[in-house]
Design a protein around this ligand. Sequence first.
Ligand SMILES: Nc1ncnc2c1ncn2[C@@H]1O[C@H](COP(=O)(O)OP(=O)(O)OP(=O)(O)O)[C@@H](O)[C@H]1O
Length: 244
Amino acid sequence: MIGLSGVSRRFGAVEALAGIDLEVGESEFLAVIGRSGCGKSTLLRIIAGLLEPSAGTVVVDGRPVRRPRRDVALVFQRPALLPWRTVLGNVLLPVEILGLPSASSRKHALELLDSAGLGDVHGRLPHELSGGMQQRVALCRALVQRPRVLLMDEPFSALDALTRAELADRLQELHMGLRATTVFVTHSIQEAVLLADRVAVLTPRPGRIRKILDVDIPRPRSFGHNAHLIEVSRCVAELHDLLL
Ligand SMILES: Nc1ncnc2c1ncn2[C@@H]1O[C@H](COP(=O)(O)OP(=O)(O)OP(=O)(O)O)[C@@H](O)[C@H]1O
């Protein structure tokens, strides 16, 4: 679904990424992990078509990426909601920008909000919601365009630990249902092991693929009561060693 070949990116004298070769299969959940500044966000922005690589090629669904595509959605670290629009108004923003059919999209947006536990706050303004609720709104906004590819840049890192764990669980459920091809940037080894089919570990700058680790643990996964604790600890320990 996503293919990168020899992707490098420089910012002036700074070499952010070097020679990235990576394939992400249809419906796969790939986590990308690495030290701060190793080029994770740069990699995501290149896949999203928001940034051009200095060298190499990026293909999504068989076509070279040159600009943002409507079947690729992004979720950032901060929810970035428009403060003057209601929760529903924020979720419908991509519908307006992309000119999608309004009646069916409104129904879909309300269903998404309902399943995110936000059905009864759809008329509220963002400042009336907690940080975790705002990030759930941002996730609904990304899903309203029914993306085939979901790109997430540390989407839970600004949240407290419990809310973060709750949203990671929710994302796992969503992925098991929707099966959108997902690239998920995180600093959290635990989140990567909970969510990903494979984890790409980047080296410190310039970011290169150090290793891609298979996480072969049946879903749904959980850290609370997990029947696969040995496999979970093996993956966590290996990622820890690769990063430190
Ligand atoms: N627009 C830009 N202009 C100049 N330098 C940039 C730009 N974007 C990123 N960089 C540099 O490229 C390198 C990689 O940045 P990037 O944000 O991709 O790293 P990251 O792994 O996502 O970091 P973090 O984990 O801290 O979010 C950094 O040295 C950063 O300063």
